[in-house]
Design a protein around this ligand. Sequence first.
Ligand code: SAH
Length: 478
Amino acid sequence: MKLYPLFADMSGREALVVGGGVVGERKAAALLEAGARVTVGAATLTPALREWADQGRIRWLPGSFEEAWLDGAWLVIAATDDPDLHRRIAGLAQARRLFVNVVDDADLSSFHVPAVIDRAPVTVAISSGGHAPMLARLLRERLELLIDPVTGPLASLLGSMRSRIRAQLPDLAARRRFYGRVLAGPVQGLLRRGQLALAEAATERLLESAHAKATGSVVLLGAGPGDPGLLTLRGLRALNEADVILHDRLVSPEVLALARRDAERIEVAKQAGHHHATQAQIHALMRVHAAAGRNVVRLKGGDPFVFGRGGEELEFLRQHDIPYEVVPGITAALACAAYAGVPLTHRDHAQSVRLVTAHCQGSVDTLDWPALAQERQTLAVYMGTSELPVLQERLLAHGRAATTPFAIIENGSRPEQRVVTGTLADLVERAGVHQVRSPALLIIGEVAALATSLAWFGRPPLGAAHPLRPAVPEPLAV
Ligand code: SAH
């Protein structure tokens, strides 16, 4: 069931709570805090409820439930320990088109009470749709830590200036930038120390200077291999601040989903064979958007400096005096190795790791094959799926043992990850049998055999065709 979230204005409106125990008391208290006119119907009341009734803060209807109790109510909460009564109340409320919440019974309820983080006037509400209220509560605890206690006073302060802010900054992007500066600047610190007047003055100053021409900038950002959890915190922040995102095709939708909803997303994919945008066009886009004062994020799969042409983009930005920043990402070799259980430099098996690209015949020809064929090193080969026959042939020709294990990791760190293992002798055959597709990373070296025993993520590796081969190589003599 998908719920429609809403925040109800209950001030001055009648709410009925049936049940005078501790749960009823909690519900009544929350409704009172929201300014509702609360009636509690119950034979007996907790001491607190009784006190509120004596003080006139709530109205008490003693005795057992009667349908007339529902008259005039906008919403009803059933909080007794009588399931039959709950069903009856839910049915009657339903017939009267009254929103009803039956405590601990999602099926009978037409509204749910979320777990709440209260930073009035800001409220964050979490619901599991009645499926896992405890999970919602745990999430609430986590968010409590993340949402600054001064969020409330800050919202009140900005609320008091709202119409002026809108009048002075009619452009949405300019307003966003202004609010961004308020969050980044000293205002929150002043509020935290209770210096409201100074906080107001600091906000005024930001508003006055908001018209100074904004300078755009570019953040060259590594999105990692696909699992959004592998994005850095700095990267997440940059995505939240971006007005425009120029992204590669390799960037996963889950990572893009972390960006602001209203950020403009432009795919500038450059896939072999599909030239959606040339490098020059990407440069031009960065320049135009930055010149218009926007925060541009140039989002690339993995790390921008590992086979990502990030260097060229920075050279361009530097030439044109466009301010930039670089946020690294987790490159495919590290992510695929981790998610396939391949310790790249396991001390028993390898002393070094090389990041290699075998993208086309040209790049294959320039590789230092005698060096690559040496034992006790791990090769992480990017973009190599179409060049496997050449890789296999050259490595063997330069003396790398035919028994050297490999692991191909397709869609590393993503839910559809597949790992194909084998030895150099049957590399091409095994990749063919399993129809390995891009994006895939090839790891060749003694450590690759560990994928069989250390796998932990996704489906088990598609193992060697010859089961008699040892899964883990003998450690090499040191
Ligand atoms: N800058 C990127 C690499 C870009 S080159 C990085 O640091 O990871 C593109 C190649 O990276 C692909 O052909 C593939 O070999 C590898 N790659 C990227 N993401 C991958 C993934 N999720 N799984 C497997 N390989 C991946």
